[in-house]
Ligand binder design. Structure first.
Ligand SMILES: Nc1ncnc2c1ncn2[C@@H]1O[C@H](COP(=O)(O)OP(=O)(O)O)[C@@H](O)[C@H]1O
Ligand SMILES: [Mg+2]
Length: 241
């Protein structure tokens, strides 16, 4: 929206990390955020999670300034999928429930949405199977699907992912892609992605460069910017495969 105050932020005075950002994120949008290491992606996410607040400008999602939401609602509104999720030495069900006391059908609905239901039911005791210390018996990708189910089980309006696919196998990465596309329209998705394939189908991809938005558009639009940062990052990753 045009009346937004642009957002700037630094961890210490005189060292700005984010400069004049303006992001208009609507209900149900799927937004990808990409950029080199150090460009400010995690900082932007920290602001979205309200770990920090900026005296200059604010972030609005679904038309509401994040800092105007009270704490209780905010916690319920936002689900986070981190890069390396921790698992409890507890059952699959407990790892999704996280003490919320949800009924089984809600646990299962979240697991289905995260495409975790099938591998969970394949475990010898299904949802009651203990995942062991740090989820030792699951693959990294499966742990990440549990983490997505866990976030979705809270029925967030906003789902934040911080490089959630960086360390998983490419098969699971494709499953995450499918899951995110299925959630489109139901949940506002903001996904920082090192692996560009994860956010290829996002409604909008925002490219951060030294704390500024340098490009913004769909994958196809950004690929048409010859010599653009997104195009270069994408072609580099194609080569790396
Ligand atoms: N907690 C912090 N305190 C001070 N500086 C930080 C902190 N976190 C990140 N930075 C700095 O902010 C800049 C952006 O970092 P970050 O947001 O982590 O980028 P990205 O996630 O894109 O790699 C970097 O220069 C980094 O060194
Ligand atoms: Mg980061």
């Amino acid at each position: 929206m045009p009346h937004h105050r642009k957002l700037s932020f630094g961890y210490s005075p005189g060292q700005q990390v984010l400069h004049d950002l303006s992001l208009d994120i609507g209900q149900g949008d799927f937004v990808g955020i990409v950029g080199h290491t150090g460009s400010g992606k995690s900082t932007l996410l920290s602001l979205m999670l309200r770990y920090y607040s900026s005296p200059q400008g604010s972030i609005e999602i679904n038309g509401q300034a994040l800092d105007s939401i009270d704490n209780e609602h905010f916690r319920a509104d936002v689900g986070l999928v981190p890069q390396d999720p921790f698992l409890l030495a507890a059952s699959a069900r407990e790892n999704i429930d996280m003490g919320r006391g949800l009924p089984q059908h809600e646990i299962e609905a979240a697991a289905r949405a995260a495409h975790a239901h099938d591998f969970i039911t394949d475990l010898e005791q299904g949802y009651e199977t203990s995942l062991g210390e740090a989820g030792g018996r699951l693959s990294t990708g499966q742990k990440q699907l549990i983490a997505i189910a866990r976030a979705l089980a809270g029925k967030p309006r906003i789902l934040l992912l911080d490089e959630a696919t960086s360390h998983i196998d490419s098969q699971t990465e494709q499953i995450v892609q499918v899951a995110l596309n299925e959630l489109r329209g139901q949940v506002t998705i903001i996904a920082i992605a090192h692996r560009l394939s994860t956010i290829r189908d996002a409604d909008r991809i925002v490219v951060l460069n030294h704390g500024r938005i340098s490009e913004s558009g769909s994958h196809d639009e950004l690929m048409r910017i010859d010599g653009g940062l997104y195009q270069r990052l994408y072609l580099l990753q194609q080569l790396a495969v």
